[in-house]
Design a protein around this ligand. Structure first.
Ligand code: ZN
Ligand code: ZN
Ligand code: FE
Length: 760
């Protein structure tokens, strides 16, 4: 007996060959009906024998294109209506918009094989792509994902491309960015005035030669410009740092292939999987001990290198010609977003790049390279952009009010924004530090893009509690309705959402800075929470940060703050030697005045600042060249040390538990003069992990959630997990959303969704 089934599939099913896959499967099973790609997802009606329809449903799940993922799969059986054949229906753009936009996908092997095949019509064509690979988010202007809604609309398909595009049996069937040398984008090499030196493959060859000769090339890649130099050439790496005004921050590398990576770094099976995945992020890998071929200036005093493999056909071609590791760092000035337009790049990167390798496929959304660390064979995403954004985190029972859209505007550093939409929270790509005008512009533009791309109504803005964050101010100025969420609660909520938790947890929220509910600077917080209610149950003993904000850049000020808390005014006598080794007489005068009179010396409970203080006490770093550097160097100092000792710690009972660091800091100072730095650094990490273990023990909560920038430190993270698990607790940490402030927008949105009725 013939019956009909109606199927709705939601998820990342647009632009991954889902329609042709359904078409072929339906034909094979002799079903009649249609498949329709709309902005809501994929809709199928199929008629046939019940047995065949059941097989159809099972095989969709099992055999779906590898890059697609299904968020919901609903089906119901209906009376048949007599379809005559199985067809693909055209997109209907009037539908409610709620489909998921896929991130950009690394070029697939089929395309690579064609690109290097002399007989193929796309031989050496740098913009080759197919239904399974290529640009997505970086070129999409609006949904549904169809060519007229992408920046490929300006290229008219040639006849060959069109016939591939229209042929359901072809692997480029409905590949929206389909292109070939006859009809698609092309390369040009420009000088610094924007004059064309050469075009097409000659441009690529010449650029490769120039890289090898020691020039700085600005490359218009997938999601923006990259600055490229030969990574084995000390002089040019130094020159790049000088021109980019980037003194110490590690530079990302691109290697020709996985084998060349293994010559320089230790690569685990899982690290290899991520390096070679469609996301193709930068992976932080441990350097092998022997002297490397890579310039030391790439990542000074750093046991890790940030490495990625070529992910676009253009990068593959370039790497084949250069055939050695290159530095591939974002084409921008300090913390600004990367340039996406070639004419803008000529202006912005003037004085930095010697040549510009550009193309004429417009980039709609800037997307940085993502950064990933592997922890316990799992991803820990530190910067979430290309390959990850803007995939959503799905939330089980979302807001009860379907007519409300929350827009979470994130924090100040490492900003991202998020938008809620029934069962999903869409998180933007990494935007950056809102301090610069460029980043702020990108921030406002992305909010508008998100409101346009995703259906939104009755907007409610969700921001941080910090009144001075530009993101908070934006929400206050633009939102009719705004909700504020405390920073450290948002961290915990992000991790809770990502791990799809329920019930009560102990949330450990450790970072550098966040505005507390008491107006003080928080950063070493413990909460018991079920996400609806938060109880702050423990924190660190407070200390002063002389100079406030400046202390973030100067770990030596955190050290001084701790000492002042212990010894009071006496430090200027008893610790005189220590202090004058770190500050000039003039500075000491000023700092003394500040601390004694409590001027511009806010109180903090920040765990991140304790890491800073210890980095300074151990003479690892007194003034940071970039955010988080001191803590990072402290971690690296301890990385190869196996010492398992920790300092004893006092936890005082009261309204909330107070972790008193006084005795252990005193001991650590004594140790710092007697023991090797790496031993003390390791002992400090063990101590911090043990603090979490002790608090969890006192409160006796089974599930522990770890979030906040401190948990980018894998020595701390792994030690904490080890301690807690050995006590029989279940530990949850971040995976595909960053533990740093890049995760704040998700946390804000999730709290809003879960607490809507409470807050309004
Ligand atoms: Zn492909
Ligand atoms: Zn063509
Ligand atoms: Fe934070």
């Amino acid at each position: 007996m013939i019956i009909r089934v109606n199927i709705s599939i939601r998820g990342a099913v647009q632009g991954v060959g889902f329609r042709p896959f359904i078409y072929r499967l339906a034909k094979e099973l002799n079903l009649k009906g249609f498949v329709l790609n709309s902005s809501k997802g994929v809709f199928i009606e199929a008629e046939g024998e019940k047995f065949d329809l059941e097989k159809f449903i099972l095989r969709i799940e099992k055999e779906k294109p590898p890059i697609s993922f299904i968020n919901s799969f609903e089906f119901s059986y209906l009376e048949p209506c007599g379809y005559k054949e199985f067809i693909i229906k055209e997109s209907d753009s009037d539908e409610e918009k709620s489909a998921i936009i896929l991130p950009d996908i690394a070029v697939c092997n089929d395309c690579l094989n064609e690109m290097f095949d002399v007989n193929d019509r796309r031989y050496l064509y740098p913009f080759i792509n197919c239904t399974n690979c290529g640009p997505r988010f970086s070129i999409i202007e609006s949904l549904p994902y169809d060519r007229p809604n992408t920046s490929m609309k300006k290229f008219k398909m040639c006849e060959n491309c069109r016939s591939e595009y229209e042929n359901p049996g072809n692997r480029r069937f409905h590949a929206q960015p389909i292109a070939c040398p006859d009809c698609g984008p092309h390369l040009e090499l420009w000088d610094t005035d924007g004059e064309i030196i050469t075009k097409f493959n000659d441009a690529l060859q010449l650029a490769a030669d120039l890289i090898l000769k020691g020039y700085i090339i600005a490359l218009k890649g997938l999601g923006g410009f990259q600055l490229i130099v030969d990574a084995t050439n000390d002089l040019i790496v130094k020159e790049l740092r000088k021109r980019k005004v980037r003194e110490e921050k590690p530079l990302a590398l691109m290697f020709p292939d996985i084998n060349s990576v293994k010559e320089v770094c230790n690569v685990s099976e899982f690290e290899q999987r991520v390096l070679c995945s469609p996301e193709a992020p930068i992976v932080l890998l441990r350097k092998r001990s022997e002297k490397l071929l890579i310039s030391d200036i790439v990542a000074p005093n750093n046991p890790y290198l940030g490495i990625m493999l070529p992910y676009t056909p253009l990068h593959h071609l370039l790497m084949k010609s250069v055939n050695k590791p290159i530095v591939a760092t974002s084409g921008n000035i300090s913390e600004e977003p990367m340039c996406i337009d070639e004419y803008e790049a000529l202006i912005k990167l003037k004085g930095i790049a010697d040549y510009f390798l550009v193309h004429n496929r417009p980039i709609v959304h800037h997307v940085d390279d993502s950064i990933v660390r592997i922890v316990r064979n799992r991803e820990l995403v530190l910067r979430r952009a290309r390959g990850y954004a803007p995939l959503p985190i799905s939330v089980e029972d979302s807001t009860k009010r379907k007519d409300v859209t929350f827009i979470a505007v994130g924090a100040h550093l490492k900003n991202t924004i998020a938008l809620t939409n029934s069962k999903n929270i869409f998180i933007s790509q990494h935007i950056g530090d809102l301090a610069t005008q460029e980043s702020y512009n990108a921030f406002t533009r992305i909010i508008k893009d998100f409101e346009k791309i995703y259906p939104s109504q009755n907007l409610i803005y969700v921001s941080d509690l910090h009144p001075e964050y530009l993101s908070t101010k934006y929400a206050m100025n633009h939102g009719v309705n705004t909700i504020k969420m405390q920073h450290h609660k948002a961290h915990i909520a992000a991790c809770y959402a990502e791990n799809r938790l329920d019930g009560e947890v102990l949330g450990v929220s450790w970072d550098g800075t966040g505005y507390g509910e008491d107006g003080k600077i928080w950063g070493g917080e413990f909460f018991i929470t079920d996400i609806k209610n938060f109880k702050r149950v423990a924190t660190f003993r407070e200390f002063n940060l002389p100079g406030g904000e400046i202390a973030i850049k100067e770990p030596r000020r955190s050290a001084l703050g701790l000492l002042f808390q212990i010894y009071g005014e006496n430090i200027f006598e008893c610790c005189q030697e220590f202090i004058s080794s770190k500050f000039s007489d003039k500075e000491i005068e000023l700092l003394k005045h500040m601390l004694v009179n409590r001027i511009n010396s806010p109180l903090t409970t920040s765990a991140g600042r304790i890491f800073d203080a210890v980095a300074s006490i151990l003479n690892i770093k007194d003034i940071s060249a970039f955010e988080g550097q001191a803590a990072m160097m402290l971690e690296y100092a301890a990385t190869n040390e196996i010492n398992e000792d920790y300092y004893e710690i006092i936890i005082r009972d009261g309204d909330i538990y107070i972790i008193d660091w006084e005795d252990f800091i005193k001991e650590l100072i004594v140790d710092s003069t007697r023991k090797h730095t790496k031993i003390v650094a390791k002992k400090f990490h063990n101590t911090m992990a043990n603090i979490i273990r002790r608090v969890a023990d006192i409160l006796d909560i089974k599930k522990v959630v770890l979030s906040g920038g401190c948990f980018q430190n894998i020595l701390l993270l792994e030690k904490t997990i080890e301690f807690l698990e050995s006590d029989g607790r279940k530990v949850f940490w971040h995976q595909r959303v960053p533990p740093n402030d890049g995760g704040i927008s998700l946390g804000q949105a999730f709290l809003a969704v879960k607490n809507y009725y409470q807050v309004i």
